[in-house]
Design a protein around this ligand. Structure first.
Ligand code: AMP
Ligand code: MG
Length: 338
């Protein structure tokens, strides 16, 4: 059972943002922010003068910083960088675990999710600064890039990731941020923190209650002010994939950074997907997969993961909520439809 709401003239964008009021019995929130993984990472917790909790926030950010170095395809020194550039096998267990989850998602998503998509992302100009005068690549160029990709170009065996094709590269961008959010939260819990929110560029994770209530995350409207809706989050993570994050337009058509590896072109049926589940990494893997698959196939994929909820927004403004989300999400709309 799903709820589909047709909304006109709204929400051609959807991003998660933490919302909170600092008045209440738990007092003000202490917040620490660092620029990590190409975005701002904030950790928030009610502290009430407890310096141990404040120190725990710094520790959690240290953990994200460590993972930023580890998973980056662009930072010299990390194993992913060395693998891509020089073919050095990856042996770091944590990186291999993330790669394994990504390879599993490749199978589950029928190839929509693919960490070897790099040549296509590069061809469409989505690494580094966006092209000033973007051009649609030619059919031959797309076909050539598509020949370079596919999980068959790498092999994970006996504690090593190796290249089976010299040109193979991996891009963990669609899973690394949320993995880091999950790890930051583990670090906070290990420090004894019972209530906190981690926000890494819109990939969120909240534990416990704040002022006796679930933490709140807003789904922002891009055109016009305010939120499309609010989600109450307790021991839940939310990851969003959208065509607003990195994109350019050619002749009025938007091209975004999430590429359909099967078609060789940027995915375009959806403009935003938010996935809500306790498993942060899964939220991120699914948000990218569903973004590529589109609504109907995407919902079929989500159904394979019990306890996973989604908000899917199509380019025509149609919003689909999974059944379980109705308890967590309130849609702010003229007329107050819910
Ligand atoms: P996200 O914002 O989590 O959806 O991740 C998007 C990032 O994942 C992009 O910036 C690319 O680096 C990478 N990416 C693009 N297309 C795909 C795909 N089909 N499968 C896996 N990763 C992708
Ligand atoms: Mg993702």
């Amino acid at each position: 059972m799903r709820l589909t709401v047709k909304l006109l003239n709204i929400a051609f964008f959807c991003a998660a943002l933490p919302l909170f009021s600092s008045t209440g019995p738990d007092g003000e929130l202490t917040k620490r922010t660092r620029y990590l993984m190409d975005t701002y990472c904030s950790v928030l917790a009610p502290v009430k003068g407890d310096m141990k909790t404040a120190a725990a926030l710094d520790l959690a950010l240290d953990r994200v910083e460590e993972l930023d170095k580890k998973f980056s395809a662009f930072r010299p020194g990390g194993q992913v960088y060395e693998f891509n550039k020089n073919g050095t096998p990856i042996t770091d267990p944590e990186t291999l675990e993330l790669v394994k989850r990504c390879l599993d998602m490749n199978v589950k998503s029928g190839g929509a999710f693919d960490i070897t998509v790099t040549p296509l992302v590069r061809l469409w100009g989505f690494y580094g600064e966006l092209p000033k005068k973007p051009k649609i690549p030619g059919k031959e160029e797309i076909a050539a890039a598509m020949k370079q990709i596919g999980p068959g170009s790498i092999e994970l065996k006996d504690g090593r990731l190796i290249k089976l094709r010299a040109s193979a590269e991996i891009d963990l961008g669609a899973g690394a941020k949320a993995y880091a959010v999950g790890e930051a939260m583990k670090s906070l819990k290990a420090s004894g923190v019972k209530s906190a929110m981690v926000d890494l560029g819109g990939d969120l994770y909240a534990i416990g209650l704040y002022n006796g209530k679930a933490w709140k995350a807003g789904i922002k409207k891009p055109r016009g002010e305010g939120a499309l809706g609010i989600i109450g989050m307790t021991d839940l993570s939310m990851s969003t994939s959208g065509d607003y994050e990195r994109f350019y337009e050619i002749d009025g058509k938007r091209y975004c950074h999430i590429i359909d590896p099967v078609k060789g072109v940027p995915a375009s049926e959806l403009i935003s997907v938010a996935i809500i589940t306790p498993d942060a990494t899964m939220a991120n893997l699914l948000s990218t997969s569903v973004f590529v698959l589109g609504r109907d196939k995407g919902l079929k994929l989500i159904e394979k993961y019990p306890g996973t909820e989604a908000i899917i927004i199509r380019a025509n403004g149609e919003i689909t909520l999974t059944e379980g989300l109705k308890k967590l999400f309130s849609l702010k709309e003229k007329g107050g439809k819910k």
